[in-house]
Ligand binder design. Structure first.
Ligand code: COA
Length: 637
């Protein structure tokens, strides 16, 4: 196992031995900001912005003052940007969590042979969750180490502690991420099971003994029966959590006036996770449809009300085999979600269901249905939430595509970073579709630092623009020149990646400067009221690499109305792309984007093959030229 790098251990007594996130030099950030924006905005606007930035960064100016304050902040905080970042990225965002914020993992389709099969799967999964939780609690999870660029350094494990203990409480202007403190005498632990839009409390430890799989199965069976009693059904209160955060906060403030509701909310807020037993969706379970169903539950008339979006982990088990996890994003990143779900899938595969061998407790207390008192006001909120979720579901334009032309092995053979290559391909596809480049977000992990989350690799580099223009427009440019431009674009992207993962990217730093000015009640610096800054944080292309080693994929929605969410999962011989956009935007179309991307990847491969002898197919992992490729619809390309 790799050892902790010595330079990492240098810092200030933190138990993890990880260094603190550095505050980048001011001038470096300002220069990079100008370089990142120059080619994305009109010339005249850039001239104005350059003057504003120069004034901000001038000796003795506002920039220097704020930088000094940030350095002081960094002295007395484990991570100088975290609270600013959490608020900006998540807690102040008023949009509904489904589609807009919560990513999902989509499992391979399951083939359940009836109710008992479904409940057996659920009991096995819960058993795995309890195992995993005890590893987290016992600090027994092996430390993660960085792979890929600058591999080998230990990563911060802090995010794992929040997987089963956090809750995102809605607020009128700002949500709160509530973390359950570990106690000397732990509270009895429970899971909430959602079934037919009803919520049931499943205690997973009774009399200090954790329920075995047979107990869990017995309890799930009882829950299923209780959910079937039509006379006892209560309104689908979970729908409220799918609404905009301000609306949900408002509804919640009405809900808690009643003590029954208060008790029910309290139980949900303290649960480990949700297990959502979904009804069959009635639609064909293609990759794309499963992704959409996971993102919004199929809307109000399907399983949209069978959720509680504030809770970080919701395991969805659909009777039709549509399964996965819906994740509230504020406490941790997709990579941690992958680690957890991969553990669970391996657990379920490797440890056979213990239903037969284990003895069930003879007398288990019956699981409890959570009660709700719905005033007419709550009914009104519910109607509005239902309507909005339905619209959100209809508006999502999703396309999940397994690109089988080649995977990261081919790219590595070009001596290129697969991640940088895919990012350049995404820029190429965007340029082909829209004739320009736009501010792009690629998440870069900064878990090499104490309490590190992510920063942004701004992939729409000037070098990428030069390459995509050459590819898209000019036949006068030779292949050798195009290849050189591709190499330059990939180098620029790789360099940005290295800067970002070593804490030297610009987005967190600019956010820090902006927020500390606000905290000090200073007038907003012109840099942050400038139109260029607004453009710089309007992420029309929001991308993220979420690789998996199990058969599953991650996806999420766009972050702006006219944008794309593009999550990719590079494998040895293929790459899964999950592209999302909104149907009501006249500018975007996920199908077109994905088709264009396939073409761009192919053109880039052709270019590599023409210009680089090492790029010729060397093994069977790659399709040979001329072999027809079978498209998703079964046609041959
Ligand atoms: N030649 C040959 N091989 C190369 C290469 C080159 N020039 N450059 C890189 N490679 C190899 C790497 O060694 C690595 O090999 P491995 O598969 O054996 O580990 C592989 O290619 C992948 O490296 P690369 O494509 O460069 O990407 P990466 O793994 O370093 O990932 C980021 C880059 C930015 C995605 C990563 O650093 C990161 O931050 N990931 C987290 C993203 C995240 O948080 N997502 C979730 C958000 S919710």
């Amino acid at each position: 196992m790799p050892v902790l790098k010595r330079e990492q251990a240098r810092d200030m007594g933190d138990a993890s031995g990880l260094p603190k996130l550095p505050v980048p030099p001011l001038q470096q950030t300002l220069d990079m900001y100008l370089k990142c924006m120059n080619h994305l905005i009109p010339e005249e606007q850039f001239r104005k912005t350059k003057a504003i930035v120069e004034k901000f960064g001038a000796p003795g100016g506002m920039g220097e003052f704020l930088q000094k304050k940030l350095m002081e902040r960094s002295d007395h905080k484990a991570n100088w940007v975290n609270d600013y970042w959490l608020e900006d990225m998540y807690l102040s965002n008023r949009l509904a969590l489904p589609v807009n914020s919560s990513p999902v993992m989509v499992f391979p389709k399951q083939n359940f042979k009836g109710q008992s099969d479904i409940l057996r799967f659920a009991a096995h999964l819960i058993s795995g969750v309890l195992e995993y939780k005890s590893l987290i609690d016992g600090r027994a999870l092996p430390v993660d180490y960085a792979r890929g660029q600058l591999a080998g350094t230990a990563l911060c494990m802090d995010q794992y502690n929040k997987v089963f203990t956090s809750y995102r409480l809605p607020g009128p202007k700002l949500d709160t991420l509530v973390a359950q403190k570990s106690m000397v005498m732990p509270e009895p632990e429970h899971i909430i099971v959602a079934c037919k839009n009803q919520f049931f409390v499943l205690d997973v430890a009774i009399n200090f003994r954790r329920l075995n799989e047979k107990d869990l199965y017995t309890q799930l069976e009882r829950i299923r029966k209780m959910a079937d009693i039509e006379e006892e059904r209560l309104p689908p209160i979970g729908l409220l959590t799918s609404d905009g955060r301000t609306q949900w906060a408002e509804a919640r403030s009405v809900l808690i006036k009643d003590s029954t509701n208060r008790d029910s909310l309290d139980v949900i807020e303290r649960c480990l996770c949700l297990v959502c037993l979904d009804e069959p969706s009635g639609i064909e379970l293609t990759d794309t449809n499963r992704a959409s169903l996971m993102l919004h539950g199929g809307g109000t008339d399907k399983n949209g009300g069978n959720r509680w979006y504030d809770k970080p982990m919701q395991f969805v088990i659909g009777a039709d085999g549509c399964c996965g996890v819906v994740c509230e994003h504020s406490p941790f990143e997709g990579i941690v979600l992958v680690q957890c779900t991969e553990y669970l899938l391996r657990y379920m595969r490797g440890s056979p269901s213990k239903l037969v061998r284990a003895a069930s407790m003879s007398e288990l207390p019956a699981p409890r249905r959570l009660r709700w008192k719905c005033s007419p006001d709550i009914q009104t909120f519910l109607t509005a939430s239902a309507d909005k979720l339905q619209k959100l579901a209809k508006n999502l334009d999703m396309n999940v595509n397994k690109f089988t032309g080649y995977g990261k092995e081919f790219i590595k053979r070009q001596k290129m970073s697969p991640d940088a290559y895919v990012q350049v391909a995404l820029q190429f596809a965007f340029y082909r579709c829209h004739g320009r480049l736009v501010s792009t977000y690629e998440s870069a992990s900064i878990r090499r630092f104490q309490e590190g989350r992510v920063d942004n690799i701004r992939s729409s580099t000037p070098e990428a623009l030069a390459f995509v223009k050459a590819m898209a427009n000019s036949s006068k440019i030779t292949d050798a020149e195009k290849m050189e431009m591709l190499r330059t674009a990939i180098k620029a992207q790789t360099n940005f990646t290295i800067l970002a993962i070593t804490g030297m990217a610009i987005d967190n730093h600019l956010l820090g400067l902006r927020e500390i000015a606000k905290e000090l009640k200073l007038e907003k610096p012109e840099l942050f009221s400038d139109a260029t800054y607004a453009t710089s944080i309007q992420f029309i292309l929001s991308t993220s690499q979420v690789p998996t080693t199990e058969e599953m994929f991650c996806c999420y929605g766009p972050v702006v109305p006219n944008g794309y969410g593009a999550c990719y999962n590079p494998q040895m011989d293929h790459i899964i792309f999950c592209v999302s956009s909104f149907r009501d935007s006249a500018e975007t179309c996920s199908d077109l984007f994905v088709k264009t991307l396939e073409g761009c990847l192919k053109e880039m491969q052709d270019l590599c093959r023409k210009c680089n002898t090492e790029a010729k197919p060397a093994d069977s992992t790659e399709r040979r030229e001329g072999t027809p490729k079978v498209m998703k619809n079964g046609n041959k390309s």
